[in-house]
Design a protein around this ligand. Structure first.
Ligand SMILES: [Fe+2]
Length: 183
């Protein structure tokens, strides 16, 4: 279940409250089931997946991709698998942990692990959303955001693209309002 934290420390876990808080950004957050397939669950529980296994996971969840293809013109999907043993994990994550935008929507379906998206709202306030398994998020093009992992440093997410060219972060230079670390 997603968790939204505001700058004043307020925390929301109800999807309705979260949607209201994110409404000014047009962010779409939905629950998408991964289903009951035991083979899929076995793959999702593994830390690292080879290319064949990644493709098996994608195929098992392609009903969602097919829908996005038909309704919104999505062209491709891949599976990103991050865990602490990935070489240069910090280097990979460093690309996205500063405030940036993209020319296209950032569309992710978290299938295992979790990640935190930070957003700058139109009034300048910042919020952080922890996205957990079986949650789909669409961050519209041009939204100032950042992304990092929780201390477990594990996530598997399907990424959906209308076009993979130019999928690069454009840094806006906006500073992140860091909260006091909770002991
Ligand atoms: Fe991004």
């Amino acid at each position: 279940m997603a968790i939204l934290q505001l700058e004043d420390g307020k925390v929301y876990t109800d999807l309705k409250d979260i949607s209201r808080e994110l409404a000014s950004l047009n962010i779409q957050l939905d629950y998408w089931s991964v289903g009951e397939d035991p083979q899929l669950h076995e793959l999702l529980a593994k830390d690292s997946l080879n290319e064949d296994e990644k493709e098996q996971v994608l195929v098992a969840l392609d009903q969602y991709f097919n829908e996005l293809q038909q309704t919104a013109g999505y062209q491709s999907r891949d599976l990103i698998v991050l865990h602490p043993e990935i070489p240069n994990l910090d280097g990979l994550l460093a690309k996205f942990d500063k405030i940036h935008t993209h020319a296209d929507d950032e569309v992710r379906y978290i299938v295992a692990g979790e990640g935190i998206f930070g957003f700058v709202r139109p009034d300048g306030s910042q919020v952080e959303l922890t996205v957990q398994p079986q949650e789909y998020i669409n961050v519209p093009a041009g939204t100032e955001h950042w992304f990092y992992l929780t201390p477990e440093r594990r996530v598997k997410a399907v990424r959906y693209f209308t076009n993979t060219e130019g999928w690069v972060p454009e840094y806006t230079g906006t500073p992140i309002h860091r909260r006091q670390a909770v002991a």
